[in-house]
Design a protein around this ligand. Structure first.
Ligand code: COA
Length: 359
């Protein structure tokens, strides 16, 4: 028995490889550094989806734009029904209304959904009418435009694009595994994506970046970092944005996001960045003392928090933005599982009481 399925190989994949000792992420043959900040989100979708849809066009920018428009048309009337829920729950409820197909159209609608729904919900929250998608724009630019009501600064759209690329796929993480389990039963892509969304929501997976900002706020200023972190660890709390099941060194996605932040340094509050740097340094030092036998380093969520705040998302939306990027990976894995895998059905060991033998 392996609690948490640690070290168990449960799938073969051509999609991504996470090397936890080398701190390396490969997406379909490309190191993350060759993709993040260099290609758009649509290009990574083309890479991930290649071979899994017979009618996959070479360039997905226009088809994804058209899917955003269809998505908006299908669901924007339902938005007020869920607008008082958390952004993540509202998005998930509406995505449950999508048809449960396995074709390219279903994949595009599901991929368009988080960005369209999240930006529309944010508009409604601010008392504004949701904006219809612009099918000519790339996904990251259009999501920011629909959220903010005007063309975003190009460097912010590029930063969001880098983020979406950086988080698009990452081996057999909890949400991707959930997607593959559902796909192995031959259910449709919406079913897989809904299962994945449920897994992503928790703070040990995609729910960490909001709490990272809460931590930065609680620390307040760089000189408080060491004392605050020591007290937190002494109380038995985990530091959000640090540690990983696979990485024993720094998560390469943290560096990709730090590089994206450097590109938008004008938009990042310099005090926030200095505070983040001080908290990271203090946390790494304290974690080394706290768990000398367990290397705990910075993970993707730490700089995600700083980047998404700088781009303009409220912190309670960060997990929904994560879903906006990861949905492409979930779909690729679901298709790969359906094409090459078997029904996933592990065994449990019964440790409950046995029936009483009749006297
Ligand atoms: N802060 C403090 N201690 C941590 C820690 C953190 N961020 N991450 C792990 N630890 C400690 C655990 O408490 C545990 O100590 P114990 O053996 O005394 O119980 C030990 O390190 C091993 O942790 P474990 O729970 O076995 O690691 P895991 O592989 O199951 O966990 C995470 C990986 C990501 C769930 C974990 O590191 C974590 O909770 N991080 C914070 C949340 C976060 O940033 N999530 C986003 C992940 S991308």
């Amino acid at each position: 028995m392996s609690n948490g399925l640690e070290d168990i190989i449960a799938a073969e994949t051509v999609l991504s490889d996470v090397d936890g000792l080398a701190g390396r992420l490969i997406i379909r043959g490309e190191p993350l550094a060759a993709l993040a900040g260099r290609v758009g989100y649509e290009d990574v979708l083309s890479l991930l989806w290649d071979g899994f849809f017979p009618d996959l066009p070479h360039d997905l920018r226009q088809p994804l734009g058209a899917a955003r428009a269809r998505m908006f048309e299908m669901l924007h009337r339902e938005l007020p029904l869920v607008a008082n829920r958390s952004a993540f729950d509202a998005m998930r409820s509406l995505m449950a209304l999508l048809p449960d197909g396995t074709d390219l159209d279903s994949a595009l609608l599901l991929t368009a959904a988080p960005g369209v729904l999240l930006s529309a919900l944010l508009r409604l929250r601010a008392g504004n009418q949701p904006l219809t998608p612009d099918t000519d724009l790339d996904h990251a630019t259009d999501v920011l435009r629909m959220m903010g009501g005007a063309a975003p600064r190009p460097e912010l759209a590029r930063a969001l694009g880098s983020y979406l690329v950086t988080v698009a796929d990452h081996g057999l993480n909890a949400s991707t595994f959930a997607a593959r389990v559902v796909a192995s039963t031959e259910a449709g892509l919406t079913s897989s994506v809904l299962a994945a969304l449920g897994a992503l929501k928790g703070p040990l997976h995609g729910g960490a970046p909001g709490p990272v900002l809460d931590m930065l706020d609680a620390v307040g200023k760089p000189e408080n970092a060491e004392a605050w972190i020591s007290a937190e660890l002494a109380r038995g709390e985990r530091l959000m944005g640090f540690g990983h099941r696979i990485y024993r060194v720094r998560d390469p996605r943290a560096d990709a996001l730090k590089a994206a932040l450097a590109q938008i340094s004008g938009a990042v509050d310099t005090n926030r960045m200095a505070l983040a740097a001080a908290v990271e340094t203090a946390a790494l030092k304290a974690l080394k003392q706290h768990k000398p036998d367990r290397p705990l380093d910075t993970n993707v969520e730490f700089y995600t928090a700083v980047l998404l705040e700088a781009v303009g998302f409220p912190r309670d939306c960060f997990t929904a933005v994560f879903a906006t990027g990861r949905v492409g990976g979930w779909i690729a894995h679901a298709r790969e599982q359906a094409a090459t895998g078997r029904l996933i059905r592990p065994k449990s060991r019964y440790i409950g009481p046995m029936p009483k033998v009749a006297a």
